[in-house]
Design a protein around this ligand. Structure first.
Ligand SMILES: CC1=C(CCC(=O)O)c2cc3nc(cc4[nH]c(cc5[nH]c(cc1n2)c(C)c5CCC(=O)O)c(CCC(=O)O)c4C)C(CCC(=O)O)=C3C
Ligand SMILES: [Fe+2]
Length: 309
C-alpha cells in the first residue's frame, strides 16, 4: 500500500569529499564561484575537521531516527525522504522521490529549531514549490524551538556541562548570525531569545548574570550582520573580570558540524584560552530519541491538521 503522507526532512548539506567543496560553496553563493582565497579558507576549515564534516552522517542518523519514530506511531502511514539546501539529495530531489512513490501530501520538517524567513522559510518555500510542481499539497513546520523535549534536552546539556566548569561561569546561547537586512520584521531573534530564556529557567540559571545571548559564524561580507559576535563577547566578558569560565550552548544548531566543530571548538575556544576563561560547549541533539520522537509527533499533528487523520 502507498503511504498516505510524505515527509521531507530538510538539512543544510555538506560537501561529500574535499573535491566537492568548490561546487558546494558556489551553490551557497547562488551560482557565483568563490574567490580562490575564500575557497582556500573554507578548505582549511574543513581540513581542521579532517577534510570534511561529519554532518552528512549525522543528518542521515537523524532522518533514520525520525522515520523509525513515525513508523512506530503510525505503521505504513509515512514515507520519509531527505532533502538538503546546498548538497544532493536536494530539497527538490526529496520531493521528487516521494512523488515517484505516488505520495502527494507532504510535510516539511527542517532540522533547525528557529524560524527565519532567510533560513527555514527558504527550505519550506523550495519544498512547497517542488511539491506543487508534482501536483501535491505541502504543509510546513515553521519553528519547533518551543518543543519541551528539545528545551529539556538543552537544559540538561547545560547543567551537565556546568558541573565541570568554575562556579563563576556564564552560559552563552548562540545561533548563526544573519545579515541585519534580512532580520527586519523576522521572528528569528525573538525565537532565539525565547528559547534561551526557557532553557535558562529549566536549568536554574540566574537571569542575565548567569547567561546571555551571542551570535556566531557571521558571513565575511561588507554588510552588517547581527551581533554581538561570540568572539567579541568572550573578550568583553574577560575584561569585566567577573567570570572565570564560559559555556557556549549553540542552540541554533542540532548537530556537530563546521560551525560547531570549527567556529566554536577551535576558534572560540582559542579566544577563551587567550583571555583566560575556562571553556566548554554543550553537546548537540544529534539523534536523541526523545527529541526525534517529539519531532515525529509534530509531523503527525501537522499531517492530521493539514490533510486529515
Ligand atoms: C542560518 C544558517 C544556518 C542554521 C540553519 C540551518 O542549518 O539551515 C546555517 C547552517 C550551516 N551553514 C553551513 C555551512 C556554510 N554556510 C555558509 C554561509 C552562510 N550560512 C548562512 C546561514 C546559515 N547557515 C548564511 C546567511 C551564509 C552566507 C551565504 C548566504 O547568503 O547564504 C558557508 C559559506 C562559507 C562561510 O561563510 O563559512 C558554509 C560553508 C553548514 C554546514 C557545515 C558543515 O559542512 O559541516 C550548516 C549546518
Ligand atoms: Fe551556513
Amino acid at each position: 500500500m502507498t503511504p498516505a503522507v510524505g515527509v521531507v526532512v530538510m538539512a543544510y548539506g555538506t560537501p561529500a569529499r574535499p573535491e566537492d567543496i568548490e561546487g558546494y560553496y558556489t551553490h551557497i553563493r547562488r551560482g557565483r564561484p568563490p574567490e580562490p582565497e575564500q575557497l582556500a579558507d573554507l578548505t582549511r576549515r574543513y581540513q581542521a575537521l579532517g577534510g570534511t564534516s561529519s554532518l552528512a552522517r549525522r543528518t542521515a542518523d537523524q532522518v533514520a531516527a525520525i522515520a523509525a519514530a513515525l513508523e512506530e506511531r503510525a505503521p505504513g502511514r509515512f514515507a520519509v525522504a531527505l532533502g538538503q539546501k546546498h548538497a544532493a539529495p536536494f530539497v527538490e530531489d526529496g520531493a521528487a522521490a516521494l512523488a515517484e512513490q505516488g505520495v502527494g501530501d507532504v510535510v516539511g520538517l527542517v532540522l533547525a529549531p528557529h524560524f527565519s524567513g532567510f533560513s527555514v522559510g527558504v527550505y519550506q518555500g523550495r519544498l512547497a514549490e517542488a511539491v506543487a510542481g508534482h501536483g501535491g499539497r505541502h504543509a510546513g513546520i515553521e519553528s519547533w524551538a518551543d518543543e519541551p523535549a528539545w528545551l529539556d534536552f538543552t537544559a540538561t546539556a547545560v547543567t551537565d556541562a556546568l558541573a565541570d566548569l568554575p562556579e563563576a561561569t556564564k552560559v552563552l546561547f548562540t545561533a548563526h548570525s544573519l545579515p541585519e537586512r534580512v532580520l527586519v520584521e523576522d521572528p528569528y531573534p525573538r525565537l532565539l531569545a525565547d528559547s534561551a530564556r526557557a532553557v535558562a529557567r529549566r536549568a536554574g540559571l540566574a537571569p542575565w548574570a548567569g547567561w546571555g545571548l551571542a551570535w556566531q559564524s557571521a558571513g565575511r561580507t561588507p554588510e552588517p550582520w547581527r551581533g554581538p559576535d561570540i568572539l567579541q563577547v568572550l573578550r568583553d566578558l574577560a575584561d569585566t573580570g567577573r567570570a572565570d569560565g564560559v559555556l557556549v550552548c549553540p542552540q541554533g544548531f542540532v548537530t556537530d558540524h563546521l560551525e560547531v566543530g570549527y567556529d566554536l571548538d577551535i576558534e572560540a575556544r582559542g579566544v577563551a584560552d587567550e583571555v583566560g576563561l575556562a571553556f566548554a560547549r554543550t553537546r548537540t541533539v544529534d539523534a536523541d530519541p526523545a527529541v526525534m520522537g517529539a519531532l515525529a509527533d509534530r509531523v503527525v499533528a501537522t499531517a492530521d491538521a493539514a490533510f486529515g487523520p
